[in-house]
Design a protein around this ligand. Structure first.
Ligand SMILES: [Zn+2]
Length: 146
């Protein structure tokens, strides 16, 4: 499980996981010692607080995956920065996203050549619970961005 999580980000570590029916829940945390403030670019290692972030990823051994990340907030030490704290961010996950980028990619690939209703049904079976309006939005966003 640890190896699978490290494919997303090598600084992630698995605390525990459990399988419930056709879903897997993976509890993870970041062990990176420093994070970069997205507002000013300064690094900080001073943790302010923790909060939980949940998102879906590609299925693991045919189970829909839910990742529960113990996300950290850091203090920004830069006195010129107008933000006092910032949350650690990850390349594999967009800002406030509920799905990893590679899962979104997969959904878009599946949906491109079929109706969003058919895609919803297929994805629901063994990949992720996603509504057809979300699928439409993802496709639209993709078309706008080229
Ligand atoms: Zn800053």
């Amino acid at each position: 499980m640890e190896d699978l999580i490290k494919l997303l980000d090598e600084n992630l570590e698995v605390d525990t996981y459990e399988v419930i029916d056709d879903e897997i829940f993976i509890y993870t945390k970041s062990i990176r010692t420093e994070a970069t403030c997205p507002y000013c670019g300064h690094s900080s290692s001073k943790v302010h607080s923790f909060y939980t972030r949940e998102f879906n990823d590609l299925p693991v051994l045919g189970k829909k995956s839910n990742i529960i990340l113990k996300n950290r907030k850091f203090f920004c030490n830069n006195s010129d920065c107008k933000y006092k704290t910032f949350a650690e961010t990850f390349d594999f996950l967009g800002f406030k996203a509920k799905k990893t980028k590679r899962l979104e990619e997969y959904i878009i690939n599946v949906s491109q050549n079929t109706s969003s209703l058919a895609a919803e049904k297929m994805l629901k079976k063994n990949v992720v619970q996603v509504g057809k309006s979300s699928i439409c939005n993802m496709l639209k966003k993709r078309n706008i961005n080229g």
